[in-house]
Design a protein around this ligand. Structure first.
Ligand SMILES: *[C@@H]1O[C@H](CO)[C@@H](O)[C@H](O)[C@H]1NC(C)=O
Ligand SMILES: *[C@@H]1O[C@H](CO)[C@@H](O)[C@H](O)[C@H]1NC(C)=O
Ligand SMILES: *[C@@H]1O[C@H](CO)[C@@H](O)[C@H](O)[C@H]1NC(C)=O
Ligand SMILES: *[C@@H]1O[C@H](CO)[C@@H](O)[C@H](O)[C@H]1NC(C)=O
Ligand SMILES: *[C@@H]1O[C@H](CO)[C@@H](O)[C@H](O)[C@H]1NC(C)=O
Ligand SMILES: *[C@@H]1O[C@H](CO)[C@@H](O)[C@H](O)[C@H]1NC(C)=O
Length: 208
């Protein structure tokens, strides 16, 4: 694990030098699936003073987010750090509108959570609207985890809006769908087919 982190760090540093990753973006908010609140979750923080700029992140486990932070002196250099989510949070991956990978710790209150029943059948979250008001862009994020809390690929991932499929993904452990101008009352549900009899837990949230 340590060797892999170092290797990733070196790799990212090299890639960053070549490509040049843009600096900090304003972090997204996770949107409450409940009645009225838009709830603020903890953002991944670049705590290293010499590398203070958030670039991207992904979920290492359901409770740990791995963050890439850019150096203050040279934005082409990156520093990787791991951060625990708060005790009332889990990590969900998605890719934002700028195509940046984000693993975000979101409050349990904002997360829909469910398990597979068996290998072959599709299981889904609740089918509820997000109370965002009219005309906001929503980003749906879904990540599947094994009982070890590590992300695990599943046979199929899919989301639905008002009963219509938003597209399927095969043999992945995360799913992102961007909904432009969400109307604030179309129902959203998330589904997956495990492709294994092992217990898989899916976590989904909407970000805006
Ligand atoms: C990041 O920093 C903000 C403000 O300082 C804080 O509210 C938040 O909880 C921190 N997030 C994590 C994951 O530590
Ligand atoms: C902070 O980041 C720099 C690289 O930008 C690294 O050399 C240093 O070890 C880091 N400090 C800590 C406390 O992790
Ligand atoms: C970062 O990379 C870009 C593109 O390769 C280059 O133009 C720029 O000078 C680099 N910046 C620094 C501070 O090295
Ligand atoms: C997003 O990034 C991935 C790799 O990071 C790339 O394969 C893909 O083509 C990009 N998509 C868009 C729309 O830029
Ligand atoms: C989603 O999963 C793919 C592997 O299938 C991985 O490369 C990518 O980094 C993941 N996205 C995020 C945001 O973690
Ligand atoms: C919800 O649906 C109604 C009727 O279809 C529509 O008038 C309204 O603009 C929609 N959006 C919100 C946020 O209520």
């Amino acid at each position: 694990m340590f060797i892999r982190s170092v290797y990733t760090f070196i790799l990212v540093a090299i890639i960053s030098v070549v490509i040049g990753i843009p600096l900090e973006r304003s972090p997204d908010l996770a949107i409450n699936s409940g009645i009225s609140l838009i709830k603020r979750d903890s953002y991944p923080n670049c705590t290293n003073q010499s590398s203070p700029f958030y670039q991207s992140s992904y979920c290492a486990t359901s409770t740990i987010v791995t963050i890439t932070c850019a150096s203050a002196g040279n934005s082409n250099l990156s520093f990787i750090l791991r951060q625990d989510c708060l005790p009332n949070e889990n990590c969900i991956d998605y890719v934002d509108q700028q195509n940046v990978s984000r693993g975000m710790c979101a409050d349990f209150k904002n997360i829909r959570k469910w398990n597979n029943k068996d290998s072959g059948s599709r299981t889904c979250s609740e089918n509820e609207a997000y109370d965002t008001g009219d005309g906001k862009d929503l980003i749906l994020g879904l990540t599947t985890y094994a009982t070890t809390n590590n992300p695990i690929r599943v046979q199929m991932l899919e989301a639905f809006m008002s009963g219509n499929s938003l597209g399927r993904l095969f043999n992945q452990y995360n799913y992102t769908k961007i909904i432009k101008n969400y109307d604030g009352n179309s129902t959203i549900k998330y589904c997956f087919t495990a492709g294994t009899t092992k217990k898989i837990t899916a976590l989904a949230a909407a970000f805006g």
